[in-house]
Design a protein around this ligand. Sequence first.
Ligand code: PGA
Length: 254
Amino acid sequence: MKRTPLIAGNWKMFKTCSEAVETAKRLAELTQNITDMDIMIAPSFTSLVLVSESLKNINSLINIGAQNLFYHKEGAYTGEISAAMLKSAGVSYVIIGHSERRQYFGETNEDVCRKIRASIESNIVPIMCIGETETEKKEEKTLYVLDKQIENGLKGFRSNELATLVIAYEPVWAIGTGNTATPEQAEEVHRYIRSKIEKMFDLNLAENMRILYGGSVKPDNISELMSHENIDGALVGGASLDVNNFIKIVNFNK
Ligand code: PGA
C-alpha cells in the first residue's frame, strides 16, 4: 500500500513574523522540485497570513498548517480562532490535540473530537496527535491510552468523513527529549493504530490513513523510521526550526 509521505514541521511558539517568513521562503526555494511527498509547516497564528501570502508569489508546494483551532464557528470566545478564520488565512492542515495542549491547556479527547469535526467541515486536514506519557509507558498502559484517545477523539464519525485524517503518534516521553522511540517500537505502535482504525471503521480507511511518527525526529533517524511499512511521515518539532535540518529530513530518501 503506497501512501504519500507527509513531513510536517511544528514550529510551536518560536519565530517572529519576519523570522517565519524568511524561514518559509528559504524552505520553499529548496523544495520547489519535490512532488513525491507532502510538506507542511505550522507557524504561529500571527505569522500564518504572512507566510501563506509570501509563498504564493513563489509557487511553493509547501502546505501551511495551524497548531490549534477552536471548534465553534464564531462567537464570544476571546482569544480563540475558528476553522473558517484559518481557511481564510491560507491554512490547509491543522494539528489537533498535541500533547503540549493536552498537558498545559487541559485539552481532552472530547475537545479533540469537536476540533476534528470543525476542521473537516472547513476542508482543513486534521492531524490528530496521540501518545502515552512516560508514566503510562512504564505502567504498560500505552495501548490502553491510545485506544481511549482514538475511540473518544473519533467518536461519532463515519468512515467517509475521515478520509483526509492524519494521525500523529507522538510518545510524550520522546518529545523534545532526544529519546526517540526505536523505529521498531514506532512501527509496532503504528501497526496497532492502523488495526484499531480498521476495527472501528474499515480496512479501506485504515490502509489509506497516514500515520506520522513524532518525538525527536532528526536528520539522522528519519530514513530508518521511514523505511518501515506503517510509518508514513513525521511530525517534527525542534528540528523543523532550522531550514538545513528540516530539508535533510524532507530529503530522507535522497
Ligand atoms: P520534537 O517535537 O521533534 O522537538 O521532539 C515533536 C512535536 O512536538 O511535534
